[in-house]
Ligand binder design. Structure first.
Ligand SMILES: NC(=O)c1ccc[n+]([C@@H]2O[C@H](COP(=O)([O-])OP(=O)(O)OC[C@H]3O[C@@H](n4cnc5c(N)ncnc54)[C@H](OP(=O)(O)O)[C@@H]3O)[C@@H](O)[C@H]2O)c1
Length: 259
């Protein structure tokens, strides 16, 4: 098996494009999402184009049993992942007071708990093998409070903090942990977040998921701690260190106010 990579949320957007990038670097792949059809189409395309092996798994990662079953299934298949890419995630444009609790809870389960659980399941094997990569997909939202997407922004701040702490614990083990922080990117994210009216998330000039995926793979391979995609996002993320949180929240509020 050629340095297999597990990718969550590989049925669209950044995860789908990351699968293509990893395949082009001759990694075998294990792909999971709830929609099986795009995964099967991708499997056929990548196996034919690169002569790699691709396994697909249909599952909802908000469910703890699914996560354990998925891990057990990869163990049963003899997959010893070189890398785990925790990419699956979603947002929701709403005021916190009016938000749908079921949706916020699912977001917390996916963006935070599933990412933490899968990291905890796969990391010991990587450490024992003395080689591995964790790539956790956060967002530039990790750097500031985000009115109208409060839970989403807070979930990404958690991902940034957790991944940095793990990366520090992993020093000297041969395993690295990288936090990817894309800014607004073309994908299905905006539609799922019911944020297609928010200008900053829907500009015609947004980078594509393929742009972000190519950058993410390089950052993961280098073992970079934090990987902010794009020069403007890099500058803005540095600026968030200088401004008070109150001001940052006002800026995000202005940018994201629902139409
Ligand atoms: N696009 C942006 O502007 C942007 C910016 C910064 C960060 N991000 C982050 O990038 C990551 C990827 O998002 P994207 O932009 O590529 O959006 P996307 O096109 O909506 O992709 C999300 C992926 O997550 C999967 N997913 C959603 N719920 C799931 C569940 N319960 N169980 C398993 N898989 C699930 C989806 O597949 P199924 O629906 O088939 O399950 C899909 O493959 C997310 O963590 C997002 O927060 C995106």
């Amino acid at each position: 098996m050629a340095k297999p990579i597990v990718i969550t949320g590989a049925s669209s957007g950044i995860g789908y494009e990351l699968a293509k990038v990893c395949a082009s670097h001759h990694h075998d792949l294990v792909l999971i999402a709830r929609r099986e059809e795009p995964l099967l189409e991708l499997k056929a395309e990548l196996e034919a184009a690169h002569g790699i092996l691709v396994w697909t798994y249909r599952g909802d990662l908000t469910d703890p049993n699914t996560r354990q079953q998925f891990f057990d299934w990869t163990q049963f298949k003899g997959v010893a992942p070189y890398a785990l890419v925790n990419n699956a995630g979603f947002g929701d444009l709403t005021t916190f007071a009016e938000s749908d609790w079921e949706k916020q809870n699912a977001m917390l389960q996916l963006n935070i708990v599933a990412l933490t659980h899968l990291s905890r399941l796969y990391l010991p094997g990587m450490v024992a093998r003395g080689q591995g990569r964790i790539l956790n997909v956060a967002s530039t939202a990790a750097f500031l409070p985000g009115p109208y997407m409060a839970v989403y922004y807070a979930s990404k701040a958690y991902v940034l903090s957790l991944t940095h702490a793990i990366a520090t614990e992993l020093e000297g083990t041969g395993v690295t942990a990288t936090t990817l922080c894309p800014g607004p990117t073309k994908s299905e994210f905006q539609e799922r977040a019911e944020a297609t009216d928010v200008k900053v998330l829907n500009s015609k000039n947004l980078p594509t998921s393929a742009d972000v995926a190519a950058y993410a793979y390089e950052a993961m391979e280098k073992g970079q701690r934090t990987a902010v995609h794009g020069t403007t996002n890099k500058v803005l993320s540095l600026a968030t260190r200088l401004l008070p949180r109150k001001n940052l929240a006002e800026v995000a509020k202005g940018l994201q106010k629902p139409a």
